[in-house]
Design a protein around this ligand. Sequence first.
Ligand code: MN
Length: 229
Amino acid sequence: MRYIFDPAPLPSVAIAGGDQRFPVRRIFCVGRNYADHVREMGNDPKSEPPIFFTKPADAVVESSAAIAYPQSTSNFHHEVELVVAIGKGGAAIEAGAALDHVWGYAVGVDLTRRDLQAEAKKAGQPWDAAKAFDNSAPIGALTPVSVCGHPTAARIWLSVNSATKQDANIDEMIWSVPEIIAALSLTWELRAGDLIFTGTPSGVGPLQRGDAVACGVEGLSELRFSIER
Ligand code: MN
């Protein structure tokens, strides 16, 4: 194949405890998956099926990175989330078999231009500008299921400049990981390399230039990043 210019490198994520990489195919995200966060955004947790949106694969950012404050926003938010890495694809996967498709887990942050999201919601427009921008998916090193198992109860937390902002447990998710995979795979055929951000607990809030963010899910590698001055 002769391309007219060099293609962009394949996005990938570090794997904890080694030098191998997980190649990223797509990034799916679940909206509204913790009741407290659904309430803080002004919605009723029980009335809604899971909603999905996507980010480009090259939105991933490694731990320890410095991220530029994005353009076109003055309300740039953090959302800490458990991330599921798919190792085996499938369509219409049954919840009972869904965990067989999981390669591993990580902590990630669904960075959000909240002001653009509010405008999109009000106008009934897509969320791409709010969610799918450059560097909007910082993610920690992936831990394989062979090491961490399938976490169902674990603390999930995020701090900004050492002050805790989000602190919850993944057992508070409205839709479990198997239920998310089952629902998502009814609309998209999942493939190895897909990542799923599973939604954020309450406590989302703004990031400013110069902030240092740290976050984690108990049992997985921590993620740290900063916002450039
Ligand atoms: Mn989110």
